[in-house]
Design a protein around this ligand. Structure first.
Ligand SMILES: [Fe+2]
Ligand SMILES: [Fe+2]
Length: 238
């Protein structure tokens, strides 16, 4: 598959000069982040503030909610600069159906769902559209902090006999729910993203990286088993 783009687009005008297919492909990526950052903040981070057991953990939860809403606003600014249609025309991803019912459940969303976001963003840190590349690079420290918060808190909770089973069951459920986040194994969209240098990884390569890192977390760091999950996803809803 020869790349269609051998140079980079410095700004929205240069992206439009490359044609509708390039702008539409960027739009799909940027708008999915616009939706997912806001939905994650609303369904995971906001409820966690009242679930947090101590003032310090409430402060951390507030900080992460603020940062996720900030990510939404920054992706939205990029969407506006590119003149994209409203991002709300598609439903949020199914992983956001996960109900955060406890502090341990929230901690695992940061260790697992934010890790999926890190895998996707690492790829976009080399994106041919420089405003998106710059934004993702600038957000990586916060996303990595969210994952680190999740994994260090998970280690502490997994060592507590009263919380260990909840850590395990939340992790297993979230890993299964996050696999479709990477898209279909056979994806025309992903082919277009790679042809234009927007992404480098296939959906299955990104999914495999997520499985590798979550397996290390569960099996090596937490001493838990890993769920039986498919490494490919044929796709049902997106
Ligand atoms: Fe985020
Ligand atoms: Fe995050």
């Amino acid at each position: 598959m020869p790349p269609a783009l051998t140079r980079e687009a410095q700004d929205a005008a240069e992206a439009h000069a490359l044609g509708d297919e390039y702008v539409a492909a960027l739009g799909k990526i940027i708008n999915s982040h616009v939706r997912n950052e806001a939905t994650g903040a609303a369904v995971f981070d906001e409820p966690s503030i009242s679930l947090a057991p101590t003032p310090r953990e409430k402060w951390l939860a507030c900080r992460m909610a603020m940062e996720e809403y900030g990510h939404h606003l920054k992706f939205n600014k990029l969407a506006n600069e590119l003149g994209l249609e409203d991002a709300g025309d598609r439903p949020p991803l199914s992983v956001f159906d996960y109900q955060v019912g406890s502090w341990a459940g929230y901690v695992m969303t940061k260790a697992i769902v934010d890790l999926a976001e890190v895998v996707l963003m690492e790829d976009l840190c080399e994106c041919s559209y420089l405003p998106l590349r710059r934004l993702c690079r600038s957000l990586m420290p916060e996303e990595r902090f969210h994952v680190r918060f999740g994994t260090t808190s998970a280690k502490r909770l997994a060592a507590d006999p009263d919380a260990r089973e909840e850590v395990r069951s939340s992790a297993h459920r979230l890993i299964a729910m996050t696999l479709p986040f990477f898209g279909r194994s056979e994806s025309r969209n992903n082919e277009v993203f790679r042809r234009w240098g927007i992404k480098r990884l296939t959906n299955d390569e990104a999914r495999a990286e997520f499985v590798r890192r979550t397996r290390a977390l569960l099996c090596d760091d937490l001493g838990l088993d890993y769920p039986e999950v498919p490494t490919r996803w044929p796709g049902t809803t997106n």
